[in-house]
Design a protein around this ligand. Structure first.
Ligand code: ARG
Length: 260
């Protein structure tokens, strides 16, 4: 799905360029834009398990979560069709401009066998790294964690993605707080919503969300990975919450990969 990814980015680029040339964006918009969308800068030391993925040139394109010393969970749509050599994991680096932390090679990419596209679910992948990371892993939600998925639960989403719809990716790690949406509300917003494969998060009025480039990154409730940034309609729009992979629904498949 590397093609889809670049296509998404080039369309986003064209839109941004068109918006700029037509003067739709005000001069201050890019610099004043709130991080992730509607979040704030976050410390890598407080979230050591959040990582980003780069291509061989070092360009960040997705996020991920360390779930074991040598395993990273991300979205299938981030890496589907990619060769392991084409992807690198950057751990322990808060700012893309620093040289902090570790750049790890990927030796294997497992994409959920049922994955087709983000709109049909199973948007989960596990990367095996060529080395063990020192970062503390994050626990993943299981079938017993149904309470973590209750509508209204406050969740944190982290990433280095765009800070506004159609905007540029962030240099620094960002974090935002978003309440989980009920299945009924998410179903209303998205006909393709599948409650057994996805979970939504966002405010009815919008304003806070993950965005392009945050995909694959963590949605966290009570120190457990409950979701993976997957898709959505634009970013931070009213009545259009972000759609996340429901991690608990894939716990057994993922755990098998973590153990392998
Ligand atoms: N698909 C996007 C990516 O590849 C993530 C979109 C998340 N959208 C949202 N509204 N939460 O980075």
């Amino acid at each position: 799905m590397a093609n889809t990814r670049s296509r998404v980015w080039s369309v986003a680029g064209l839109l941004a360029a068109a918006a700029l040339s037509s003067g739709v964006l005000t001069a201050g918009a890019a610099t004043a834009a709130p991080p992730i969308v509607g979040g704030e800068p976050a410390k890598i030391a407080e979230h050591p398990w959040v990582v980003y993925l780069t291509d061989t040139q070092g360009n960040q394109f997705c996020g991920g979560t360390v779930a074991k010393a040598n395993k990273v969970i991300t979205a299938a749509h981030c890496v589907s069709g990619d060769k392991p050599e084409a992807v690198q994991v950057v751990a322990g680096r808060e700012s893309k401009q620093s040289n902090d932390g570790t750049v790890a090679k990927v030796t294997n990419i497992w994409v959920h066998p049922q994955y087709q596209d983000a709109n049909s679910g199973s948007d989960v992948a596990v990367l095996t790294l060529g080395q063990d990371l020192p970062q503390q892993p994050l626990a993943i939600a299981s079938k017993d964690d149904a309470p973590l998925y209750e509508a209204g639960k406050q969740a944190s989403v982290l990433g280095w993605g765009a800070t506004a719809e159609g905007g540029e990716a962030s240099e620094n790690l960002q974090k935002a707080e978003v309440p989980l949406t009920s299945d009924a509300d998410c179903q209303k917003a998205y006909p393709q919503y599948k409650a057994d494969a996805m979970v939504c998060a966002g405010l009815p009025q919008g304003g806070v969300d993950s965005c392009q480039g945050d995909s694959g990154g963590p949605l966290v409730v009570e120190n457990k990975l409950v979701g993976i940034v997957s898709t959505g309609n634009g970013c931070a729009r009213p009545n259009a919450p972000g759609i996340y992979t429901r991690v608990a629904a894939y716990h057994d498949d993922v755990q098998q990969q973590l153990d392998s």
